[in-house]
Design a protein around this ligand. Structure first.
Ligand code: PMV
Length: 333
């Protein structure tokens, strides 16, 4: 076993996974669709430790220092490693270092990129044949369903077989099919107060949740077709409805969860206005206040020119659809 390094991306859900039917196995109540990103990535270096019996889990800060991972990050990684080790016997303790190119735990799916990176590094260590679907299944063992989608680039559905709630994710269109951009308005980079795991648990307590589950198959079909036909108008309408609906479920859960902040709503309104003026742009939010502004390459500059001075945005991240995880030649340690 050698030192292995990988980069794995975050993704933005176009149809959201919200609510699960089996918490132990991380099985969703509904099929979700996402666009894999290219710039928001987690890096992970993994190597066997030749001394001691505990894993060493490190975090690489933006200044380049390797420090012990925070207790919550350590807990998540240890849990995932425990699940992964059930698949392979006699694993030595590991030295693992990770870093993110974007704010962690702020609703930009750092768990998707982080756990898919961990799954891929682990897979490369123990089974060179494990790619795509196999990595997707290993990533899901982390407890983060969205991580199962980050095993692929482009446009991804999870579970890949919509008739089942188990099984890996599946790429239904590659990144080059439609080079959409994602301008991420960071409204608040701090750690979110209510985890998506907690949100999934509460989803079914919303009186509107059964209606959501009824409406989703048709919307899933609409979004899939919009992507396959590169039909931005159809995509925009369905994606914004979906984002508002997922948050409506969160806000009407018992107890309610409010991820939005005032700037989230202002941005949503402005994006709708720009679409009314003829720009190909729409917005969506995962479990946080930050707004993913999706647009075509053709309208990207005009969209950003119209939004760049919006008050309340602390930072913009420029991203676009990407090709998925890859092995790296350089290492974090
Ligand atoms: O994968 P989790 O457990 O972090 O949940 C993801 C929840 C959303 O980001 C809100 C939706 C999604 O499908 O990514």
């Amino acid at each position: 076993m050698n030192r292995i390094s990988v980069s794995s991306p975050s993704n933005i859900a176009l149809i959201k996974y919200w609510g699960m039917r089996d918490e132990q196995l991380t099985l969703p109540n509904n099929v979700s669709l996402s666009m894999t990103l290219s710039q928001c990535v987690s890096l992970c270096t993994m190597a066997p430790l030749h001394h001691g019996s505990n894993d060493e889990i490190l975090w690489k800060t933006s200044e380049g220092a390797l420090v012990p991972a925070s207790p919550s990050m350590r807990f998540g990684i240890e849990h995932h490693l425990g699940q992964l080790r059930q698949h392979i016997d006699h694993w030595p303790p590991l030295r693992i270092a990770t870093s993110n190119s974007f704010p962690t735990g702020a609703g930009i799916a750092s768990s998707a990129s982080g756990f898919s990176a961990l799954a891929m590094a682990f897979a490369l260590q123990c089974d060179q044949q494990c790619r795509g679907a196999c990595i997707s299944e290993l990533a899901r063992l982390s407890g983060s369903g969205s991580a199962a989608r980050s095993a692929f680039g482009g446009f991804v559905q999870w579970p890949g077989d919509a008739r089942q709630s188990t099984g890996p994710a599946h790429q239904f269109a590659p990144a080059h099919h439609w080079p959409l951009h994602d301008l991420i308005a960071v409204v608040d980079a701090s750690h979110k107060k209510v985890s998506s795991r907690q949100g999934h648990r509460l989803a079914a307590s919303s009186p509107f949740y059964p209606t959501r589950l009824e409406l989703l198959p048709e919307r899933l079909d609409t979004v899939r077709k919009a992507i396959l036909n590169r039909d931005f108008d159809a995509l925009a309408d369905a994606v914004e409805r979906e984002a508002v609906e997922m948050h409506m479920i969160a806000m009407t859960s018992q107890p309610p969860v409010f991820y939005w902040q005032p700037t989230t709503l202002t941005l949503l309104e402005r994006v709708r206005q720009l679409r009314g003026e003829g720009l190909q742009v729409c917005a969506t939010m995962d479990a946080g206040p930050n707004v993913h502004v999706l647009c075509t390459a053709q309208h990207r500059s005009r969209v950003f020119a119209a939004l760049r001075t919006m008050p309340g945005v602390v930072r913009w991240i420029f991203d676009q659809v990407g090709d998925g995880p890859r092995q790296l030649e350089h290492h974090l340690f």
